[in-house]
Design a protein around this ligand. Structure first.
Ligand code: B16
Ligand code: MG
Length: 220
């Protein structure tokens, strides 16, 4: 197994749990249009781009709209979402992930972000973690959404790394596919059943050190 010299992190579901804010804003939008969405529906939106999320929601409501209206609705949803995330702070960082990233920095491992979100820099600023990242590749920089490998390949390129020297941390099935398509080792954060295509899965970063992950990767 090639040496891992860089780690690329997904944002939502790995560093912070913004899914509940996305859910609140999408639910409100669906209600405005005249239908409702459930938490189960929200699972389908994780790791998916904003416009694709809207298409899924409209499909749930059985609503068809023209592109101009869809762009307007996505903007409305984002305004509500941004209102919520502007109140975020350090307390919203998921357990153990900041210590883990600090350990990577101390070990000379490069750290990058690979997220579908167009709000990633703002979120990282709010939780005071922007300074850890040697590169940020997010929804503003990519054309092809996960499972396309673009987001992670761009991350590796910005860090001057070959894909085989990069590991990806992801919570969504599409993100794991993207990492695999990029030829990178992929660590799933969540349930083993859902994330069965990851090279290894941890339930959270709680109690997890870089040493533990490095050994697990070497044993693959
Ligand atoms: P925004 P990730 C993704 O982030 C979210 O999981 C997904 O639910 C959201 O629709 C997408 O970002 C776009 O976010 O509307 O802020 O641009 O998991 O790839 O970090
Ligand atoms: Mg995610």
């Amino acid at each position: 197994m090639p040496e891992i010299k860089a780690c690329l992190f997904d944002l939502d579901g790995v560093i912070v749990d913004t899914a509940r804010y996305h859910y609140r804003a999408w639910k409100q939008l669906a209600n405005d249009i005249g239908f409702d969405i459930t938490e189960e529906d929200n699972e389908r939106l994780k790791g998916v781009s904003r416009m694709r999320s809207l298409d899924i929601i409209l499909e749930i409501g059985g609503v068809e709209l023209d592109q101009k209206t869809k762009v307007k609705l996505a903007e409305m949803k984002n305004l509500r979402y941004v209102e919520d995330i502007s109140l975020m702070d350090k307390t919203e960082i998921l357990p153990g992930v900041e210590q883990f990233i600090q350990e990577l920095k101390d070990s000379g491992i490069k750290v990058g972000l690979g997220s579908a979100s167009k709000n990633s820099t703002m979120i990282l600023e709010k939780i005071n973690m922007l300074h850890y990242f040697d590169c940020i590749v997010d929804g503003n920089k990519i054309e092809n959404a996960k499972p396309d490998p673009e987001v992670f390949l761009k991350g590796a390129a910005e860090l001057n790394m070959s894909p085989e020297n990069c590991a990806v941390f992801e919570d969504a099935i599409a993100g794991i596919e993207a990492a695999r398509n990029a030829g990178m080792v992929c660590i799933g954060i969540g349930s083993e059943t859902t994330l069965q295509n990851a090279d290894l899965v941890i339930s959270s970063f709680g109690g997890i050190t870089w040493q533990i992950i490095k050994e697990k990767i070497n044993n693959l």
